[in-house]
Design a binder for this molecule. Structure first.
Ligand SMILES: [Fe+2]
Ligand SMILES: [Fe+2]
Length: 479
């Protein structure tokens, strides 16, 4: 059942028409979703044709087709990766048992919570990014943010399907609530901190899709081996879409760096830290990029939760949420007797402490995330090097600017020196974007809508979407 049924109001590959009750329930949720999209989705671009990809199957190859669509008419659907015959649970206390097709009663609350937390992040990012179309640096970029937005909308559908199908009345209530909360709202905020931050400019968007969508990747990877098979299959397909979101982020920042380096060279600026001179050229200076990395990375690390976590340990033990690439880890996948090194601040020094591995699954997921981010930094630094500029971007120390977990009470510099609260107060402006920086970034944000043209602060991409030419009209903004 890899093909998607598009005859239905709700496209799906789960044979929805054979389950009348579920179909009815989802059809009832549908108008509320469309209202939410029109109210909270991309502002001012609802009636415009956008060159978007839509999933047509869940096959590895060729699962998407491209074409012009008005966003409210996008065919959001329910897509699960194919069921694997005879799949067995691969970790936790149920290891070796056949995967579950129904929710085990004893894990109902825990599983529902995992799904709601994941589900809540999806509409949140759409809300955070809703004004970006007005300042898009090109039609290519505008199309990309809209593509990310419709797919986050689809991810919401994915989680809502699970809630409706497997959690009865309380699942339906949770699905309603997912449309009620609002990013940044003081009375009904989204559940997780980073999803209540603003995304006021395009550099923030690129940083968000680099770092925060990468957290989503890690969470989805951990859920993709769940013993609850429908969750595993849903998240496996979501991961294929997540790849594009991270691509938009990584290459977006890369293009910002490339443009800055190009102009630094052309104008014979010798000091890459000369913020004033570089800003005079109308591009993003490298020290500001570093501050943005410091901010987005540290805020995203908090999304992993405490390194030592009973919730995470319970979810692992219950065979609901595994580790990153669980099946390539060479251990017993039970973690009853093993330990894992967790970095801590002990009496003012960073020390690795061996903790029971089962308690440290969050800490481990965080480590895997950091490795992934390091690879991104390597690709960004390669561009700076290409231009022969002596400057290196880096990830800040994991204790830097943390609100949650082992380092929530630690004040640390980006290079990992422990400092006092007073020192933190007086220096944080050097490490995190201040109002001046944010104003400068906003001042660069001017909409460019001529096909093939790009704002001065960003380079064109290497290739077009779906092999399209450089002057392709990704969004049809008729004058
Ligand atoms: Fe998502
Ligand atoms: Fe995403």
């Amino acid at each position: 059942m890899n093909k998607v049924d598009y005859d239905n109001l709700i496209p799906n590959n789960v044979d929805l028409s054979s389950d009348r009750r579920l179909q009815k329930a989802l059809e009832k949720w549908h108008p509320g979703y469309i209202d939410w999209w029109k109210q909270m989705g991309p502002d001012g671009f609802q009636d415009i044709d956008v060159y978007l990809r839509t999933a047509v199957s869940v096959d590895q190859e060729g699962w998407a087709k491209f074409g012009y669509v008005k966003m409210p008419e996008y065919r959001w659907g329910i897509l699960l990766a194919p069921q694997e015959e005879g799949r067995k649970i691969g970790f936790g206390q149920h290891i070796g048992e056949p995967v579950w097709q129904e929710v085990p009663g004893e894990y109902r609350a825990m599983l529902r919570r995992l799904i709601v937390i994941q589900g809540d992040t999806e509409p949140a990012s759409v809300e955070q990014q809703r004004y970006l179309g007005h300042t898009a640096p090109s039609l290519y970029d505008m199309r990309n943010v809209f593509q990310v937005n419709v797919e986050e909308g689809r991810h919401l559908w994915a989680m809502v399907y699970l809630l409706h199908k497997y959690f009865g009345r309380d699942g339906r209530d949770e699905a309603e609530d997912l449309l009620m909360r609002r990013s940044g709202d003081k009375d009904t905020p989204r559940i997780l901190g980073a999803f209540n931050e603003e995304t006021p400019d395009w550099l923030s968007f690129f940083m968000f899709t680099t770092f925060t969508d990468r957290d989503s990747k890690m969470q989805l990877e951990a859920l993709a081996n769940s013993g609850f098979d429908p969750l595993a299959r849903t998240t496996r397909f979501m991961l294929t879409e997540e790849g594009h979101h991270m691509f938009v982020g990584r290459t977006g920042v890369e293009r910002v760096i490339r443009r800055a380096c190009e102009l630094i060279k052309e104008n014979g600026i010798h000091d890459p830290s000369d913020v004033g001179a570089i800003r005079g050229l109308g591009v993003v200076d490298l020290p500001t990029l570093q501050k943005k990395i410091n901010f987005h990375y540290s805020v995203t690390l908090d999304l992993f939760g405490a390194e030592i976590s009973t919730n995470a340990s319970n979810a692992f033990n219950a065979s609901l949420k595994g580790r990153f690439r669980e099946f390539s880890i060479m251990d017993d996948h039970l973690l009853h007797d093993s330990t894992y090194p967790v970095l801590k601040n002990i009496d003012g020094k960073f020390v690795k402490v061996h903790e029971p591995a089962i308690n440290a699954v969050n800490g481990r997921l965080c480590d895997d995330y950091i490795d992934d981010c390091e690879q991104v930094m390597t690709t960004w630094n390669r561009v700076i090097k290409e231009y022969g500029i002596d400057y290196k971007l880096s990830l800040p120390h994991r204790a830097f600017n943390r609100k949650l977990g082992e380092f929530s009470d630690t004040y640390a510099t980006p290079s990992g020196e422990i400092i006092s609260a007073d020192e933190w107060q007086s220096c944080q402006g050097e490490w995190l974007p201040d109002n001046d920086d944010l104003h400068y970034l906003l001042s660069l944000m001017q909409q460019v809508i001529e096909p093939g043209k790009y704002a001065n602060w960003i380079s064109p991409p290497r290739t077009g979407i779906n092999g399209q030419s450089g002057d392709f009209e990704y969004v049809r903004i008729a004058a």
